[in-house]
Design a protein around this ligand. Structure first.
Ligand SMILES: [Zn+2]
Ligand SMILES: [Zn+2]
Length: 316
């Protein structure tokens, strides 16, 4: 019953209550998921360059062990916070880009903890950009909002500035060793920062550093008994950059800003394959929930089952 029009505005909680759930269809070998977001890398400067000169490790070492989608896009606002929020919530929110606004909906981290009862140390947001601390929060009044993940962002959290990507990877490895989380997001920001500074060579160098850092992370994971053969690694971007010579900036709907990439490795995923079904960031949260076996409200995305090995589908 609606009195005085009070029910007319649909709050996140009332929406969440009526949103259908996406439930996992089966169980998987994946026990941990790590999502690495390399900030602001244009497709044409990475996978779209046929020599792979800036991503030799991803193209020649990681891709043969995983599955690549060259048709992966930012279908929302092509800025850092909106891109990351689409990845973590499966919803294209026009969220502010400066850290002043929280996500409208709980994230895949919140739903993971709510469903499993896992402690906050089982889900982590580790980011070079301090403004991404908002990924661990939400203004939703959904019951899942109480299950925030742990967060380690920027120099010392929101408002304290950006830090180096090598520091972020070091922190991420410390957390992985100490807490053995099931779910982690890592943001690497240096390609975006170098490009905004107008430093073309610095931008390419930062892409090459990111390429090295993610390959080293995968090698390191495969040497840890607790992560070996049971960890899925997803490597993507928040947005690209303007097409053509104007590489410094981004934020509109041009091909360069929207076209990003997805490389995925893990025990349940295809190896040495390319899949070409057009996908977007909104499909990532649903895919993580499917692999880790918990329900999540259906928003703008769905599980990317085309990434999965064929035998995984036999039980369906
Ligand atoms: Zn940027
Ligand atoms: Zn653009």
């Amino acid at each position: 019953m609606c009195l005085f029009g009070a029910c007319q505005s649909s709050s996140p909680s009332s929406r969440a209550g009526s949103t259908p759930l996406q439930k996992p269809s089966q169980t998987y070998a994946t026990q941990h998921v790590i999502l690495v977001v390399i900030d602001g890398v244009r497709y044409s400067d990475s996978w779209g360059d046929s020599t792979f000169s800036n991503i030799p490790n991803m193209a020649r070492y990681l891709a043969p062990q995983g599955v690549f989608n060259p048709q992966f896009y930012n279908q929302g606002v092509t800025l850092t916070n909106p891109g990351h929020v689409a990845l973590t919530t499966g919803y294209h929110q026009k969220i502010k880009n400066n850290g002043d606004e929280l996500p409208r909906f709980p994230s895949v981290f919140h739903y993971y903890r709510q469903h499993t009862g896992a402690p906050a140390t089982d889900a982590w947001v580790v980011t070079s950009k301090d403004k991404l601390e908002v990924l661990a929060r939400t203004y939703s009044s959904d019951s899942a909002a109480a299950f925030a993940p742990s967060v380690n962002s920027g120099i010392k959290g929101l408002g304290t500035g950006y830090r180096d990507d090598t520091t972020t990877i070091r922190v991420a490895k410390q957390v992985l060793s100490r807490h053995q989380p099931k779910l982690m997001l890592i943001n690497l920001r240096e390609p975006d920062s170098e490009a905004h500074a107008g430093n073309w060579n610095g931008y390419l160098k930062a892409i090459r550093q990111s390429d090295r850092l993610v390959a080293d992370l995968w090698k390191w994971l495969q040497k840890q008994p607790q992560y070996q053969n049971n960890t899925t690694l997803l490597i993507t971007n928040d947005h690209g950059r303007h097409t053509g010579k104007n590489f410094e900036s981004h934020g509109d709907n041009c091909e360069g800003c929207r076209h990003i990439s997805l490389l995925a490795l893990g025990p349940d995923l295809k190896r040495g394959k390319t899949v070409t079904q057009p996908r977007s960031q909104a499909d990532v949260a649903a895919t993580i929930a499917e692999l880790l076996g918990f329900p999540i409200p259906k928003r703008d995305g769905e599980p990317m089952t085309e990434l999965f090995q064929e035998h995984v589908h036999l039980g369906e």
